[in-house]
Design a binder for this molecule. Sequence first.
Ligand code: ADP
Ligand code: MG
Length: 594
Amino acid sequence: MAVLGIDLGTTNSLAAYWQDGKVHLISDEHGEVLFPSVVSFIEKEGLVAGYEAKERVLTHRADTVCSFKRFMGTDKLYRLGEKNYTPMELSAMILERIRKNAEYFLSEEIEEAIITVPAYFNDKQRNDTKKAAKIAGLNVERLINEPSAAALAYRMECGERDATLLVFDFGGGTLDLSYVECFDNIIEIVAVAGDNYLGGDDIDRLIAEYFCRENKIQPSIAEYAALVSSAEAAKCRLGQEREVEIVQNVSGKDYRAKLTDDILFEICMPLFTKIKKLFLHILKDAGARISDLTDLVMVGGSSRLGVVQRFLTELLGKRPVVLGETDKVVAMGAGVYAGIRTRKEDIRDMLLTDVCPFTLGVEVWRKNGDENALLPMIERNSTLPMSTHEHLVTVHDYQSEIRVGIYQGEEYYAKDNLFLGEVTIPVYPKPAGQEGVDVYFTYDINGILYVEVVNSQNVREHILLSGQELSLEELARYQQGMKELMLPPILREENQKLLAELEKYYENSVGVKREQIGWFINWFVGGLQSRRLHVVTRTVETAKAQLAAWREREECAEEELFDGELKRQFLEGWEEENSGEWMQEDFKEGEEEE
Ligand code: ADP
Ligand code: MG
């Protein structure tokens, strides 16, 4: 059983697996490896995900949602058709499509996956990612940080020499920086920093704003959306062309603006300022200087931009490392890790340490303070697993219990951080400060926090904060919701059944008959892969009728293998020397009919 490595991205998702000492990316029925993280609702039909959905972003804006990963871990609702969906449910749809696709691609069932998440994801965001996987029928033992995956890919590509890396992952919606030390078979993440709201989308909007400033226009919401999309296309073209012109119709009139690397460099200045700050921040956290870095590794689609590479070269004083196509690096790394998980012999076991990306602490009373403060128990960037211990004392005379509030975050006041849970324990009533409890924190590599509180009578209370598991009821409800997700014809269960039945006939036949059934199977699969609905419908009907006839007859001679019209068409084609071309011709004709 294959283990998938999945890069569940804000903009695009990809899946990889490990085989014969190499990582392979999984492509969909049209040969694409980037799977847009977009879901769309089609009136009277249902939901679609991926390319079908992305094609509708502009034409059916109100029925299409993207970039929902930015809101992972929140209860934000997206309306599609008559129903509302959370970012977790939408992610489940993306994962479901990826799983089905991989199962088709690899011809085996997939139950386990490694999923990558931004280093800055908090507990709730990580847990929602796991829940999404569960709804999609995937068992996720471990989430790994996207930059950790990138470091694995770097080692695959550049060899396993010792190195200190700064992984710069600049995607559609997020920027993640990781300071990574690789020595021997250990990859240690020393520090992470990032911004969940900084990515290629922001560049597109900055370009759109520049366009509006240049032309002194104020487009409507729909026009602005179209403009942002043109801005993105222009941005991507800058890789091949020196100068790109953006043309956009606003209120019935065509407006233009030119884009060059120099102009884009200016436009991106506000982003570069933020990036520089994050850069200094992570070096400070890691206690390092720029000269300590062996390499800066560029990851994510936005890292393809010449201006970003130029800015980083200036900042670093040397050229960053570009590992092939930057938007595939994280998935490749996830694939390497999937290989480690399955303990394939051709891959050396690697130890991947992780850090806690945020501070975990307890709420404490501070003299002279009007609000309770957060006492850090496990500080951000601590290497996991990690255990700590603190002694807390009573603050009021004769208080009979102590409540330990557990929070995550970097703010001084407890209430400004994310509340995770609490433990209340009785204490012996004594004057303030004379009685206390011991608090133990253990945070493991899977993001599970175990807190135990012990009082002076050795009474123990504990809480396990592994995020809220899905109840069976919830799981059933969400999976029911998933039924509305329309898979492409080739991945649909009913068509897979037809295919399986055809294959059985193939296995049970010999000679010419077997060969002809083989051709019929090819014809069937080709028909299902067509992007035209009527071709698909006709193919399915034909196959159904054919199978029904075979079932009825049980045994049949070669000459009556196919029935009626199909027999004429099919056998003629079969007899032609180029039967392969005949099949394609048949579909072309079908397409022209429309
Ligand atoms: P994510 O990790 O957020 O899902 P990706 O790593 O796939 O995203 O990056 C998507 C971003 O990369 C988008 O903002 C897209 O516009 C940008 N991008 C993709 N190709 C190019 C390119 N050739 N030049 C510049 N930007 C690109
Ligand atoms: Mg990414």
